[in-house]
Design a protein around this ligand. Structure first.
Ligand code: FMN
Length: 344
C-alpha cells in the first residue's frame, strides 16, 4: 500500500516536471525566483550568520583567547618599533606600560609563552634605551624594572639583524629552510625590476583556488606619489611607510564568485597572497602584507584613487621592494605546535 502510494507520487512529480518543461514561462519564473529571491536571501543569511557570530564572540570579555590576542598585538607593535628603519627612542611608552602591567597582574599566566615573549621584548626595549643613554619616564622605568626583577630567568628577545645576502641565502634550500627564512620586511632601499615582479606573480599563480576560478587581480603601483597616497589610508605602516617604494593591492572579482562563497573569496585571496609572499622571497623581493580592515567609506575612497573597478573587492595590500644591505626584522615569534592543534 505504502509502496504503491510512493510510486504514484513519483509519477505525479515526474509528470509535473514534464509539464513545467513544456511551459517556458514557468521555467523562466522559477529561474527568476532563484536569481532574484532565493540566491539573494541565501547571501543575506550567510552575511547575517557571519556578522552575528562575530558580534557574539568579538566583544566577550575576560577570556584567555582575547587576552592572548591583545598581548600578541601589543608585543608585535613594540618589536616592530625596535626594528623600524628610523628608530625613534622612547617610542610606544603607553603600549610598554600596558604590557608591563599585564605581565605583573597575571602571575597566574606566568608559564604561558605570551608572558615569556612579552618579558623578553620589554628586556630588549630596556636594553636598547640603556645602551643609547635614553632616560625613560621614572614611572615607566620602575614598571619595566619590576618586570625584569620578577622574571630573571627570561632572556632579552633581540630582533633579527641580517645582511641582504644572509636574508636571501635560503633561495635554493629545502622548503623547510626556505620557509623559516621568510619574514615580513619593512625596510626598503628602492624598487625591484619588472622581471622580478612578473616572475613572482607568475609563480604565485600556482596557488590553489576554489574550482580553479582564480578570481584575484594584482594592482601594482610604482609611482611614489600614488604609493604614498594609498598608504595614507592604511593604518599599519607608521614608521616605515614613507620608505615603501612599491605596492600591490590584491583584489577579488565579485562577478566570479559562487553560491555561499562571500567569505571564501578572502580565503582564496589569502592563499594567493601567501604564495606571492614566498615567490617574492624567492626572487629577492622584500614584502610586508598590510591589512585592509577599514570602513566602507575608506574602501570606496581607496578604490577611487587606485582606479579599481567596482566589482572588485580589496583583500589586502602588499608593500614590496628591494631590501636594504643591512636590515632589522621583527622576530614575530610563532605559536608552538600544542597551541595550534586539536587532535580529534
Ligand atoms: C592580513 C595581514 C595583515 C597585516 N597587516 C600588517 C600591517 O598593517 N602592518 C604591518 O606592519 N604588518 C602587517 N602584517 C604583517 C604581520 O605583522 C606579520 O606577518 C606577522 O607579524 C608575522 O611576521 P612574519 O611575516 O615575519 O612571519 C600583516 C599580515 C597579514 C597576514
Amino acid at each position: 500500500m505504502t509502496h504503491n502510494f510512493s510510486l504514484n507520487m513519483n509519477r505525479i512529480v515526474i509528470k509535473l516536471k514534464e509539464l513545467i518543461k513544456k511551459l517556458p514561462f514557468v521555467k523562466l519564473a522559477i529561474h527568476h525566483i532563484y536569481i532574484y529571491v532565493i540566491h539573494p536571501l541565501g547571501l543575506l543569511n550567510l552575511g547575517l550568520y557571519t556578522t552575528f557570530r562575530t558580534l557574539k564572540f568579538f566583544k566577550l570579555k575576560n577570556n584567555i583567547q582575547k587576552w592572548k590576542a591583545s598581548m600578541r598585538v601589543s608585543c608585535h607593535i613594540i618589536e616592530k618599533g625596535l626594528t623600524m628603519p628610523d628608530k625613534r627612542l622612547g617610542f610606544g611608552q603607553e603600549r610598554v606600560l600596558f604590557v608591563a602591567n599585564e605581565i605583573l597582574s597575571h602571575l597566574d599566566y606566568k608559564n604561558l609563552p605570551e608572558i615569556n615573549i612579552a618579558v623578553g621584548i620589554l628586556k630588549e626595549y630596556d636594553k636598547i634605551h640603556t645602551e643609547n643613554n635614553y632616560t625613560l619616564p621614572f614611572k615607566l622605568q620602575d614598571k619595566i624594572d619590576d618586570v625584569i626583577n620578577s622574571y630573571p630567568e627570561v632572556a632579552s628577545l633581540s630582533q633579527i639583524k641580517v645582511t641582504i645576502e644572509d636574508y636571501f641565502s635560503a633561495k635554493d634550500s629545502s622548503f623547510h629552510t626556505f620557509a623559516l627564512s621568510r619574514h615580513s620586511i619593512r625596510n626598503f632601499s628602492g624598487s625591484v625590476s619588472l622581471e622580478q615582479l612578473n616572475d613572482s606573480i607568475e609563480l604565485a599563480l600556482t596557488a590553489p583556488s576554489a574550482c580553479n576560478r582564480q578570481a584575484i587581480k594584482c594592482h601594482l603601483f610604482n609611482n611614489k606619489d600614488i604609493v604614498q597616497k594609498i598608504l595614507s589610508y592604511q593604518n599599519g605602516n607608521r614608521g616605515f611607510g614613507h620608505l615603501v617604494p612599491q605596492l600591490c593591492i590584491l583584489t577579488v572579482d565579485l562577478r566570479m564568485i559562487g553560491t555561499n562563497e562571500q567569505n571564501d573569496i578572502y580565503f582564496n585571496a589569502g592563499l594567493f597572497a601567501m604564495n606571492l609572499s614566498y615567490a617574492f622571497h624567492f626572487n629577492r623581493v622584500g614584502s610586508c602584507m598590510l591589512n585592509w580592515a577599514v570602513t566602507p567609506k575608506k574602501d570606496k575612497t581607496l578604490k577611487k584613487i587606485a582606479g579599481i573597478l567596482d566589482p572588485e573587492s580589496v583583500a589586502v595590500i602588499i608593500a614590496f621592494g628591494a631590501v636594504n644591505d643591512k636590515i632589522e626584522i621583527a622576530r614575530s615569534t610563532k605559536m608552538k605546535l600544542n597551541d595550534a592543534v586539536v587532535y580529534h
